[in-house]
Design a protein around this ligand. Structure first.
Ligand code: HEC
Ligand code: HEC
Length: 197
């Protein structure tokens, strides 16, 4: 009887071991795919924000910024200039200060107002291209992983959620995803391996 019990026990243990061996390869194959799906889903949230006209107006591939939800060319023939901060003699900061100016409709942020460099321009790119650029040192200012997320906490990015009113007193639209959810999605995207569509 004792022998029988011992045999039964080892049979159960053996079965359990076999089950584990049997399951393990399945699990390790399933997990990366699940993680990649999670990463893509997180990027989809990030992408809706990137598509906001508030971001796109500064991330142009042209020699000038853009304005409004229709992304028309910036007023007054404002130009990118040699350092993305405006033409010599007419820097962006001539008009753009540290906060939105409700009277004139000129937006401002607690960071020097300027265009993103051409290498970081998103105009005309697909979502998949933008995703690859965010990971590419040539296009992302040599930021890696968390550093890209840290950058999203800067004044110019945050401005998009409190963009003030335009020159006609109309409230500018904001990205459709709340700021907090945007940062959480960006963090999730980085932590899950930065998968692209
Ligand atoms: C007022 C102009 C301005 C606005 C508005 C703006 N950016 Fe930028 N952005 C910049 C500048 C300038 C840089 C380059 C900063 C640097 O490298 O130090 C930059 C760089 C970036 C980068 C890092 C480079 C890259 O492409 O990987 C990301 C990501 C980014 N911005 C996201 C956003 C998002 C998202 C929004 C909207 C919610 C936004 N920005 C709105 C000016 C702007
Ligand atoms: C002569 C003053 C002046 C200069 C110089 C200037 N801007 Fe502006 N900017 C404005 C005004 C005025 C508005 C608001 C226009 C409106 O709401 O119709 C504005 C709005 C903007 C907007 C917000 C558009 C939107 O609707 O989201 C961006 C982006 C912008 N400027 C970028 C720049 C950049 C980058 C530079 C430097 C290369 C610059 N501006 C230089 C006056 C200026």
């Amino acid at each position: 009887m004792k022998v029988h019990t011992a045999f039964a026990f080892s049979a159960v243990a053996g079965l359990a071991a076999l089950t584990m061996v049997g399951l393990f390869p399945q699990r390790s194959a399933a997990q990366p795919a699940a993680q990649e799906a999670e990463s893509r889903a997180a990027f989809a949230v990030v992408a809706t924000v990137i598509g906001s006209p508030r971001c796109q107006g500064c991330h142009t591939q042209s020699e000038f910024p853009r304005q409004g939800d229709d992304q028309h060319r910036h007023l007054f023939n404002v130009m990118r200039g040699p350092d993305d901060g405006g033409a010599l003699g007419l820097p962006c900061t001539t008009c753009h200060g540290q906060a939105n100016n409700a009277a004139s409709g000129v937006p401002g942020a607690d960071e020097a107002w300027r265009l993103a460099p051409i290498s970081m321009g998103w105009e005309g790119l697909t979502t998949a291209d933008i995703c690859r650029h965010l990971k590419d040192p040539v296009h992302n200012g040599r930021r890696i992983g968390e550093q890209v997320v840290d950058h999203l906490r800067t004044g110019l990015v945050k401005w998009a959620w409190s963009p003030g009113t335009d020159a006609h007193g109309r409230a500018r639209t904001t990205p459709s995803v709340p700021y907090f959810d945007f940062i959480a999605a960006a963090e999730m995207w980085v932590q899950t391996g930065e998968a692209c569509p």
